[in-house]
Design a protein around this ligand. Sequence first.
Ligand code: SF4
Length: 68
Amino acid sequence: MPRIVVDRERCEGLGMCEAMASDWFEVVETDDGDETVSVLREEVPEADRAHVHAATQACPVLALSLVD
Ligand code: SF4
């Protein structure tokens, strides 16, 4: 089953992923006041692959990938 992987160094909390797939991604505040993405479910059933893949592709700083 594909899995969502986040590059924390890249994520800037811009929220495109949440806007596209709020069941999977949520922007949260970090302890030092920055914003970053929280992945609500890491494993992606095949039926949701296209939807989640589109959301990962929407990230402007390429912080998200789907890994088989
Ligand atoms: S993963 Fe990308 S789109 Fe999602 S919050 Fe981080 S920077 Fe924004």
